[in-house]
Ligand binder design. Structure first.
Ligand code: G16
Length: 542
């Protein structure tokens, strides 16, 4: 029954910031997915007698890919695969299942916020036994295996019916089909004060959650509407679709513009939120008040004591280096350490496992805690709801008080998408070569205080990761970071992160692009992005 198919290595199966992401049609090429999955098995020392979790965000090709992976797990002797009903699991729910069931790891099918469909993107990610994205040592081993793979194992069996929870067998492998929402919803009930949030809704508080036709629809419906009593219809675009309704399931003001328009208008509800394709990212917006991910993380840290699951205090916090220093200010006030890591959730895993950090987050709309080992979109929404239920203030009031106390880190990210990879690479390389000579240089109205090529030494396992972004600090309490995205599937994406601190009490209410004008001008002065990349303006400004 086991089929052993000979194959040859396929170029480019190197996991990026978050697993292997390619165009869907690339994943659909004969043997492409099989080669990579076999390379995962080989890279982690085989799956014989192991327990795996499997599920995805429901994007086009999810259904077929789940069946292929089930057959390959069984053909390689896995003891058990726990799979989400209909092949669905949000990324945070998969992380939770791995941990709760003591599984050896899991395969998550998603290209996150990237569009889906036959012309969109697909992705495969391996998470380890702690529930988190595989660290670089493991992704490297998987990549090496992909360069050496000569055969893959599968079965000639028909597809398994995944439409009903229950248990079955594929060869000797037990297949357990689970409700994708149940365990996760129970975890949320343990962390948050559901009574207080229910009382908030009962008092007339209104919410709009945009699931963007992606995986969080069923989760948000169950938790926000059914368990917490948000009015029916509070969860919008709640049915997951294989192409996300043709949209771009990235929860930021650009791609969630319908929600933004609603929240900035006269009929805005009290609270708005959105999540992405696989449910790990979030956007938070109050009536007339957009909250940047970096600010959201800082507010969550400052108010975590109001939430039952975190009432005991925070052991420490962590943020990705390009995220703003708003979190650092809260950490200082709390007397705890704030770690700065490279971009990529995998870098938080060791800090969370070792008990050095309780909360962590990224400017790219990811926020989370040690309850799982992934960022968690709905968790962030519940954090805010719990905080608002305890404080009984609007989002705008919470933000105003936060800035008045800690000062405001104005922040924006400018993305130049699908630019020529060679030109973007050269821009970064040339700037890297000039970093040593930048201190003291005047750029626009600002002067460079220090410049560095960010590298990270993991305080837990000592591993060192280099070349993680070019960081330029200005004497005027401003900062510029440049790096190339590791999640794109076409050309290169240059990310420009801009930040400037306003201590207050004056000047806390400016438009961020205005407040950052000098940093934007200094960036152009420094690297002439627009001329070199042939773009008049960034493609996405968040
Ligand atoms: C992934 C990673 C995040 C990272 C983001 C952006 O998110 O998990 O840690 O911040 O990519 O990475 P880049 O700037 O390299 O594109 P997701 O939601 O896409 O899995």
């Amino acid at each position: 029954m086991i089929e052993i198919n000979s194959t040859r290595p396929i170029d480019g199966q190197k996991p990026g910031t978050s697993g292997l992401r390619k165009k869907t049609r690339v994943f659909q090429e004969p043997g492409y997915l099989e080669n990579f999955v076999q390379s995962i098995w080989n890279g982690i020392g085989g799956v014989e007698d192991k327990v795996l979790v499997l599920g995805g965000d429901g994007r086009f090709f999810n259904t077929q890919a789940v069946q292929i992976i089930l057959r390959m797990a069984a053909a390689s002797g896995a003891a058990k695969v726990i799979v989400g009903q209909d092949g669905l699991l949000s990324t945070p729910a998969a992380s939770h299942l791995i941990r709760a069931r003591g599984a050896d790891g899991g395969v998550i099918l998603s290209a996150s916020h990237n569009p889906g469909g036959p012309e969109g993107d697909f992705g495969v990610k391996f998470n380890t036994a702690n529930g988190g994205p595989a660290p670089e040592s493991v992704t490297e081993a998987i990549y090496r295996a992909s360069c050496e793979v000569t055969e893959y194992r599968t079965l000639g069996t028909p597809d398994i019916d995944l439409s009903t929870p229950g248990r079955g067998r594929l060869l000797a492998t037990e297949i357990e089909i689970v409700d994708p929402v149940a365990d996760y919803a129970a975890l949320m009930e343990r962390l948050f004060d559901f009574d207080a949030i229910r009382a908030l809704f009962a008092s007339g508080f209104t919410l709009r959650f945009d699931a963007m036709h992606a995986i969080t629809g069923p989760y948000a419906h169950e938790i926000l509407e059914r368990r917490l009593g948000a009015p029916a219809g509070s969860v919008d675009n709640a049915t997951p679709l294989p192409d996300f309704g043709g949209g771009h399931p990235d929860p930021n003001p650009v791609w969630a513009h319908e929600l933004m328009t609603l929240m900035m208008g006269a009929d805005a509800p009290d609270f708005g939120a959105a999540s992405d394709g696989d449910g790990d990212r979030n956007m938070i917006v109050g009536r007339g008040a957009y909250v940047t991910p970096s600010d959201s993380l800082a507010v969550i840290a400052a108010n975590a004591h109001l939430v039952p699951g975190y009432a005991g205090g925070l052991k420490g916090v962590a943020r990705s280096m390009p995220s703003s220093a708003a979190l650092d200010r809260v950490a200082e006030a709390l007397g705890i350490t704030c770690y700065a890591t490279p971009t990529g959730w995998k870098f938080f895993g060791n800090l969370l496992d070792a008990g050095l950090a309780t909360l962590c987050g990224e400017e790219s709309a990811g926020t989370g805690s040690d309850h799982v080992r992934e960022k968690d979109g709905l968790w962030a929404v519940l954090m805010w709801l719990n905080i608002l239920a305890a404080r009984r203030q609007s989002v705008a009031e919470v933000m105003a008080e936060h800035w008045a106390r800690y000062g405001r880190n104005y922040y924006s990210r400018h993305d130049y998408e699908e630019v020529d990879a060679a030109a973007a690479g050269a821009l970064i390389e040339e700037l890297r070569a000039r970093l040593d000579r930048l201190a003291g240089v005047k750029l626009g109205g600002l002067s460079v205080r220090a410049a560095q090529d960010f590298s990270y030494s993991d305080p837990v396992d000592g591993s060192v990761t280099t070349k993680q972004g070019l960081e330029i600090h200005f004497a005027e309490d401003a900062r510029l970071v440049l790096r190339l995205s590791g999640t794109g599937t076409a050309g290169a994406t240059l990310r420009v992160y801009l930040e400037r601190f306003a201590p207050g009490p004056e000047g806390l209410d400016e438009d961020p692009q205005t407040a950052l004008a000098e940093v934007i001008a200094a960036t152009e002065d420094l690297c002439q992005i627009k001329t070199r990349l042939g773009r008049a303006a960034p493609d996405v400004v968040t």
